[in-house]
Design a protein around this ligand. Structure first.
Ligand code: UDP
Ligand code: MG
Length: 318
C-alpha cells in the first residue's frame, strides 16, 4: 500500500500540534490512507517539540525533529522532505490554515498519475490590510520575476517521491519551495482551497520579514535586478548626452549655466544610481558567498525515537 507523508513545519506552535495531529489522523484513517506525519520544530522556544514527542508517543505514525535554532520555514520544509519516507509527500502549515479536507482530493489525483498537486488559494482568508497589501506586492513582483503566476500558489502541495528526490538533490541553499515545484515541471494538477483562519497562536510573518523573504527569493530566482542596473546605466548615459550637448552649446554661445546647482544635482543623481547599482550587485555577491560557503540548510538537534539512523547534526540522506 502506498504511503503518504505529511510534512508540517512548526515554529512556536505548541497549541497547534496535538489538535493538528488529531484532525489529520482522523481524516486520513477515515479515508483509508496509509500515512505518516513529520513535524519539524524550527527551533521553537515554547515547548513545541515536547508536544511533538507526546503526540509521537500516542501515535507511532507521528515523527518529529527539532532544529538547533530557528532556520526558517524553507529549511523546515526541506528537513521534512528529507525525513519523509512516503511515496507521496504533502507539505502543509501546521496551523491548519491549509484545510486538511483538500488532502483526499490531492491523494486521489496522485493515484490517477499526477506527480505534483498544487494547492491553489481560491480565497486568501481573513488577513489584515497591511498583510494583504504587502503579500499582494510580494506576489506581483515574484510573478513578474519568475515569469510564473504565483499569486494563488502556496506551500500547500503534494509531491511525488520522484519530485521530492529531485528537489532534495538540488545543491543550492537558498531555496524557494513554492516556485521550485513549478520550476521542476512534472505532471501537475491543482486543487483549489480556501485559506482557513488560524485557530491558535499568531502568524509568524511581519511586514519586514515578508519583504526580506521577497527580496531573497527574487534574487535567488531571477537575475532581472542585475539587468536593471544596465538599464539604469543606459538611461543615465542618454540623459548625460543630451545634457552634455546642451551645456556645450550654451558654453559656445557664451551663456553657460551659472552656479553649482546643476553640479550638485548631477552628483546627487549619479551618486544615487551608483550606490543603488552597487547595492544590487552586492546582494548577488552575498548570495554567491552564502552558496559558496556550502553550509547546511539546517541543523537537527533532536529527533523522536521512531526516526532511524544517525541524523543529528547537519544531516543529509545518502
Ligand atoms: N514557520 C516555520 N518557521 C518560521 C516561521 C513559520 O516553520 O520561521 C511555520 C509555522 O509554524 C506555520 C507555517 O510555517 O506552520 C506558516 O507560518 P504562519 O502561519 O505564521 O504564516 P501565515 O499562515 O500567516 O502566512
Ligand atoms: Mg498560518
Amino acid at each position: 500500500m502506498a504511503l503518504l507523508s505529511i510534512v508540517l513545519p512548526a515554529y512556536n506552535e505548541k497549541q497547534n500540534i496535538a489538535n493538528t495531529a488529531d484532525v489529520l489522523s482522523k481524516l486520513l484513517s477515515e479515508n483509508e490512507i496509509d500515512y505518516e506525519m513529520v513535524f519539524i520544530s524550527d527551533g521553537s522556544r515554547d515547548g513545541t517539540y515536547e508536544e511533538i514527542v507526546k503526540a509521537s508517543e500516542e501515535n507511532p505514525r507521528i515523527k518529529g525533529a527539532e532544529f538547533s535554532r530557528n532556520f526558517g520555514k524553507e529549511a523546515g520544509i526541506f528537513a521534512g522532505l528529507e525525513l519523509a519516507t512516503g511515496d507521496a509527500v504533502i507539505v502543509m502549515d501546521c496551523d491548519l490554515q491549509h484545510p486538511p479536507s483538500a488532502i483526499p482530493e490531492m491523494w486521489r489525483l496522485w493515484q490517477n498519475g499526477a506527480e505534483v498537486v498544487e494547492g491553489i488559494k481560491s480565497s486568501r482568508g481573513r488577513e489584515s490590510l497591511g498583510y494583504k497589501l504587502s503579500a499582494g506586492l510580494f506576489y506581483k513582483i515574484m510573478s513578474k520575476l519568475i515569469k510564473m503566476d504565483m499569486s494563488a500558489s502556496s506551500d500547500f502541495k503534494l509531491l511525488d517521491r520522484k519530485v521530492v528526490d529531485v528537489l532534495l538533490a538540488l545543491p543550492e541553499r537558498n531555496t524557494f519551495f513554492r516556485a521550485l515545484s513549478f520550476w521542476a515541471g512534472f505532471r501537475t494538477e491543482s486543487v483549489p482551497y480556501e485559506v482557513q483562519e488560524r485557530q491558535f497562536g499568531e502568524s509568524k510573518w511581519s511586514f519586514w520579514s515578508l519583504m526580506k523573504y521577497a527580496v531573497s527569493n527574487a534574487t535567488s530566482f531571477s537575475t532581472l535586478p542585475l539587468q536593471l542596473v544596465t538599464v539604469m546605466g543606459l538611461v543615465s548615459i542618454l540623459f548625460s548626452v543630451v545634457l552634455a550637448i546642451q551645456t556645450m552649446v550654451r558654453f559656445l554661445m557664451g551663456n553657460s549655466v551659472e552656479g553649482f546647482t546643476t553640479v550638485i544635482l548631477l552628483i546627487l543623481i549619479i551618486g544615487g544610481f551608483l550606490m543603488l547599482s552597487l547595492g544590487i550587485i552586492g546582494h548577488y555577491i552575498a548570495r554567491i558567498y552564502e552558496e559558496v560557503k556550502g553550509r547546511p540548510k539546517y541543523i537537527i538537534s533532536r529527533v523522536t525515537d521512531n526516526i532511524q539512523g544517525e541524523i543529528i547534526g547537519s544531516w543529509r540522506k545518502k
